[in-house]
Structures are given as C-alpha cells and as structure tokens.
Design a protein around this ligand. Sequence first.
Ligand SMILES: [Fe+2]
Length: 286
Amino acid sequence: MGAITIPDLYIQQPYDLYSDENHKTWRTLCQRLLPRWEVCANERFQAGIQSLCLPQDHIPRLEDVNRFLSPLTGFRARAVSGYVPAFLFFDCLRNREFPTTVTIRPADRLDYLPEPDIFHDIAGHVPMHTDPRFAETLVRFGECARTAAALVSEIRDPLERTHTLTSIFRAMARFFWFTIEFGLMRSRNGLRVYGSGLLSSFGEINHAVASPNVQRLPLQIEQAVNETFEIDRYQPLLFIVDSFDHLYSLVDELERWMNAGRLNHVAPGEPEVNDVDLRSFLEAGS
Ligand SMILES: [Fe+2]
C-alpha cells in the first residue's frame, strides 16, 4: 500500500445524515457563543462571521461556506472523515485547504469536547481564514512542515532522525496550539481571542480574557515551544501577539530556529507524538 496522498483524505460532506438534533446543537452553540464573540473575539473573526454569511439555525454546507471564503483568501474547507496525520494536515494548509471534521458533538456535551467537530472547525477556525494575513500565516505553517521533513531526511542515523523529528514536531505542535488554537491578541479595547479552541468554547472564551487564574504572557518562541499543554482542562497559560503581522513574523522566526537546529531538543512532555504523525513526516521527506 502506498503513502496517503492528499486527495484520498477528502470525502463529501454527508449532509443528509445530519439529524434535527444535530442542527439544533449547531443552533444552540451559535446562540450561546454569539454574545460572547461580540465581547471577546478579535474583530477580524467577527468580520469573518459576517462575510461568510454563516447560518445560525442549521449546520452549514461546506460548499456554501467556500463560495464566500475562497474569493477572499483562496482557502477552502474540505471534509475529512477523521484524523489527518500531522504532515498531511500542515501540507493541506500550504495548499490553502482546511481539513474539516463533519460530525457534530453530542447534544449532552455542548460545552466540552477535546476532539474537533464541525462547530469547532467551521465556526471556530474558518472565520479567521477570511483574513489575508492570517491565511498567509497558515500557509507558512505548512511550509515549516516541509522544511522539517527535508531537514530530518538528511539525518542518516535512524534513532537520531526519530529523536530530532519528535522534538521539531513537538515544537511545531506547541506553537500551533498556543497561537492558532489558543492565541490572544492585543487590541484597542484590550485583549481579544483569535485562537479557535477558545472561540468555539462557551466556557473558556470568557475565562481566557477575564479569569485571574490565567497567566497571559507576550508570545516568545523559546517559551512556547518548551511549554506543555493539556487538552482536557482550561489553559492556565496563554500567549499574546500584537497583530497578525506579528504572528506571521513569529512563524518565520520559528522556521529560522528550525533551520538552525534550535528546535532539536525541546522540553519533553505533552503533546505525545504518535507514530502515524512521525511517519507522515518521514514519508514526505523520503
Ligand atoms: Fe482546531
């Protein structure tokens, strides 16, 4: 069996399989989050919600979302049936395609879900993809993954290759987590959320900007790539960027650190790096 190629990842969104209860779940989540987005979300996210004409009363069809999205930045949401190995995920971003979960969370678990669902992916992520600078930043993440695959492919010793790749990938995953999923940004009106994990969480979005139990620090690469994160509780530490230009420049810097070998020995700990993710980078570099 050959390596998975990107077209194999994608499926048709099985729209007719959504139940009334599924649509009701989407509706309830929108009703809960809309007032919180007005207070806590970055203004580019709020503009994105408007320009995508996201429906609030039913689960959207991805083709309808893309009709508004792709003229703005070239990005498209593409349906996938499950987990996408890490290198392929980043390479989709490089191609301006966003692997999108099509299932929605159960009605009795509205507030907390560690794994992505269509509400997280479409309502949490995709509005940010309408912003050109943010979109470029995602593409840069994809290019960083290519750089990582090329760098480790030059390491002859298999053990050293795996160790180095594990460290570089852990650094990338942490950096992605603390920015794209859980990032905060300064604004004229104080701190605002641009990270999708926060934007799709009714409980955590307020907590992120207002709770005294959260440390909020200016984003520095050295700290972010060595900081562990846990996906099953509210984040006690979040990082702030000044602007989307600033975020883009930090991904550039991350790649420079990678090329200089400065991500080869980051602190162990979460996230765990699995064989499927490692293999996806090794196959890409071979
Ligand atoms: Fe996400």
